[in-house]
Design a protein around this ligand. Structure first.
Ligand code: GAP
Length: 460
């Protein structure tokens, strides 16, 4: 990562190169909603793909699931979201802006107010003169009140309370309510996991920092069911495993750390939670994912609220029990931001400045570009033939416009790890040049072995 990388730079870069656009931009945009462009969607898909590959496909104790976004409202009663998935909201009467009361107090006083009641927060906001409206310095605040973060909607044409439904605020609950289905239909045995990726929605009071915190976002979550008593060991395993996933994909370990949640601040369901954090240059250490020991809280809650027996029967020991759950819960949007920031580099090469995204080849949106040195026959036909042969394997790019130097720069910015050039010598010796984005080294390989060579270079 180059030192100079700022949020403005990343946002402008993402727009210019088609990674991320402001949503509904032609109408002036909508706050904290973003669209992923041609390169952005490839990068995000690759992140999700790598998570799925390592968490599901490479293991024989994890299976996948894709549950609905709109679920029975009782799910959220059982999980505790209806009652407790709240942020503390305060309105400034002078600027009419709304803030999270805890953020406002913490920023002004450094006090740690997590867990305080709305009444206690109201008292602090009104009595402590250091707490001011950041916009106009005003000190006329409304009462602090809990604000539920779930998006509400209605099922069907009647907009009455009987039809109230929610957009899921996490993918995890879809897994818990399908625990029995998966157990009965896929011959899994504890310890085993169920993984899911998909959209979640939270009506965040203060979204921001680009794609770091939005109201509509994606999650990649896995609930790993274990025998009580083995939970602490499995928790350690998953913390390690998830850390290794980031570093195996090239994220600089210097910019990563584990954050242990203090006991008194744990969520109501958690026995222990460790976050993996990334040191963003524009916001400091921030959570990429949380790895929680959720105990048997969720299964027991759903058993109680649904009346279904959700115990596990262990044939070996002839015992029934509620498994404990270890949950690595990550967000591909903010993970993408971390990978982008980490990879973004401005450097001088041969007296020229270049911007290069040093993304791991597995994550790179475009794996390779094919360049004919000339638009003329037979060089162009050979290059096109090579492109057509390889293009189904992964995302490739064909570029025959501008100087080779300019074509390289364009691909460097897009994070394309390899450029394959067909030149005049190719016509005689059937060899092409593969140029490495990071080392700038070039190797000459027979055209028939390009597919095999690239496959090897990409799957490191
Ligand atoms: N099931 C547990 C759970 O949802 P969480 O820490 O609230 O835990 C997990 O969310 C991950 O989802 C976070 O670490 C983050 O990566 C992502 N995430 C949560 N809220 C987000 C938001 N508003 N915008 C983008 N990503 C978000």
């Amino acid at each position: 990562m180059s030192q100079a990388v700022t949020m403005d730079k990343i946002v402008a870069f993402c727009k210019r190169r088609g990674f991320v656009y402001q949503s509904s931009e032609i109408y002036g945009g909508i706050r904290s909603s973003y669209d992923y462009g041609p390169l952005g969607i490839e990068l995000k898909r690759n992140i999700k793909e790598e998570w799925w590959r390592r968490t599901v496909h490479m293991r024989d104790d994890v299976v996948g699931l894709d549950s609905a976004i709109i679920m029975h409202p009782k799910v959220w009663e059982a999980s505790g979201h209806t009652a407790t998935f709240n942020d503390m909201l305060v309105e400034s009467r002078t600027s009419k802006r709304r803030y999270r009361a805890d953020h406002l107090i913490e920023a002004a006083t450094g006090m740690d107010v997590e867990g305080l009641s709305p009444e206690e927060l109201t008292r602090i906001v009104r009595e402590d003169e250091r707490v001011k409206d950041p916009v106009d310095g005003g000190r006329d605040f409304s009462e602090v009140r809990p604000f539920n973060l779930m998006f509400e909607t209605y099922m069907g044409p009647v907009k009455g309370p009987e039809n109230l439904a929610y957009l899921r605020p996490e993918t995890a609950q879809g897994i818990f309510v399908n625990f029995k289905n998966v157990m009965q239909t896929s011959r899994v045995k504890v310890p085993f996991g169920i993984a899911q990726q998909g959209k979640s929605f939270r009506n965040e009071i203060t979204p921001g920092n680009f794609i770091f915190r939005t109201r509509e976002f994606e999650q990649m979550e896995m609930e790993f069911f274990v025998e009580p008593g083995t939970d602490e060991e499995w928790h350690e395993f998953w913390i390690e495993e998830r850390w290794n996933w980031y570093t195996s994909l090239g994220l600089d370990p210097e910019n990563l750390r584990r954050f242990e949640h203090p006991k008194e601040k744990l969520s109501h369901y958690s026995k222990r939670t460790v976050d993996i954090e990334y040191n963003f240059p524009f916001r400091g250490w921030s959570e990429l994912e949380g790895i929680a020991n959720r105990t048997d809280y969720d299964l027991k809650q759903h058993a109680e609220h649904s009346g279904e027996n959700l115990e596990y029967f262990d044939q070996a020991s002839n015992q029934r029990y509620y498994p404990y759950v270890i949950e690595p819960a990550a967000g591909p949007d903010r993970i993408m931001l971390a990978f982008l920031v980490d990879a973004y580099t401005e450097e001088e090469v041969g007296g020229e400045q270049r911007t290069v995204l040093k993304l791991h080849p597995r994550l790179a949106p475009t794996k390779a570009a094919v360049f004919p040195l000339s638009k003329k026959e037979p060089v162009s036909t050979i290059a096109r033939g090579l492109y057509d042969e390889l293009k189904g394997d992964y995302r490739l790019f064909y570029d025959d416009s501008g100087s080779i130097g300019r074509r390289y720069r364009r691909q460097d910015e897009a994070g394309t790890p390899f450029c394959v050039t067909v030149d005049f010598d190719t016509v005689d010796d059937n060899q092409v040049t593969i140029r490495d984005r990071d080392t700038l080294e070039q190797e000459r390989v027979p055209i028939q072995s390009v597919r095999e060579r690239l496959q090897k270079l990409i799957s490191v």
